[in-house]
Design a protein around this ligand. Structure first.
Ligand code: AVJ
Length: 324
């Protein structure tokens, strides 16, 4: 049981639910062996990547974070009414745990469970939060939520999940359904899900958000190669790749790629991978959903729509749904 792994770290309880070393080499090997090479977006988030992502969230072109924060500020009381008080509140991909601050006073959960793959960043953020909200019990869990996972047993009570940032957009629709099904099992019948979903919109706005003029998104994308070098002793030269982000209109998603600029080989764990100039490594999808599309997706995971909040310009939405 996961609880056995709980350790008190300063002001928080910590749960180690992730065994990264077992899987990373296999996932990289599998992804780079395909005709269209691919690497999973979770590999963006080493400490440096988490820091770069925080810079992205403040860029003028990157509207999602700013817009979602505005919605949270504006509608926190209504959202709190839906979530109810004294719940056990899980957060998927909690990152710096900044968004939850806008809800905490209104929601007053009994237990807050930030979950993230970036261990150091998770612990620092959870500890800071616990210091700032002394009344709150914090159970931080290092989790790779792209794999089946369980949470410690927090006993009976109302369970809610908070999944902001439109990270659900990183998943292929079929995998998104699977993840939401898992969330539905964790919160149980009648449990709530408050989830941020990026809306379909003008292509220029979308593409600019992933091609910022300062090149931070490019650094974020390229940092994945440095992360793999460090963790797996690979010899990627990031100088041989350039950042590329385009909107795929047919599939309704932003695609990020690392485009190879010269023929060369990369060695990882005793294997050699051949790269040709012009080919790409597909590093991320970011699906965009209309409200109707997202309701249909959620229905496949047995979540019933209850409320949706969106900004005036129709850039971003936050859904509250209930598990059937
Ligand atoms: C964290 C997955 C929501 O898809 O917009 C930002 C990640 N990638 N810029 C997104 C990201 C490039 C982000 N999510």
């Amino acid at each position: 049981m996961a609880t056995a792994m709980a350790r008190k770290k300063d002001a928080i309880h910590y749960h180690e639910l992730h065994r990264p070393a077992e899987s990373m080499a296999d996932e990289v090997q599998a992804g780079l062996s395909q005709t269209q090479k691919r690497l999973p977006p979770k590999l963006f988030y080493d400490r440096k990547g988490s820091e770069l992502f925080d810079v992205i969230t403040r860029l003028p072109e990157y509207y999602p974070t700013r817009t979602e924060l505005g919605l949270l500020r504006c509608h926190a009381p209504e959202m709190a009414l839906q979530l109810g008080r004294d719940s056990i509140l899980l957060e998927l991909g909690s990152g710096s745990s900044l968004k939850i601050r806008l809800l905490l006073e209104a929601v007053r959960p009994r237990i807050y469970v930030p979950m993230d793959i970036s261990r150091g960043h998770l612990i620092d953020s959870a500890q800071q939060l616990a210091r700032d909200y002394p009344w709150l019990t914090v159970h931080a869990a290092c989790v790779d939520y792209t794999k089946p996972w369980d949470i410690p047993d927090f006993g009976p009570g109302r369970y809610n999940a908070f999944f902001p940032g439109s990270s659900i957009g990183n998943f292929e629709p079929a995998s998104a359904v699977q993840l939401l099904q898992r969330v539905g099992q964790l919160v149980g019948h009648g449990g709530g899900l408050l989830i941020g979903v990026d809306l379909k919109k003008d292509v220029a706005i979308l593409e600019n958000a992933y091609n910022d003029t300062r090149g931070v998104t490019a650094d974020f994308n390229l940092n994945m190669l440095a992360h793999i070098n460090r963790r797996l002793g690979a010899d990627f030269d990031p100088g041989n790749f350039t950042h590329k982000a385009i909107y795929n209109d047919r599939l309704g998603r932003i695609e990020m790629h690392l485009e190879c600029t010269k023929d060369h080989c990369v060695r990882i764990n005793g294997n050699a991978y051949r790269f040709r100039s012009g080919e790409t490594i597909h590093t991320e999808n970011s699906y965009k959903y209309s409200t109707e599309e997202f309701h249909a997706l959620a229905a496949r995971a047995d979540f019933a729509p209850v409320r949706v909040w969106a900004d005036q310009a129709g850039l971003f939405s936050i859904h509250y749904l209930e598990a059937l």
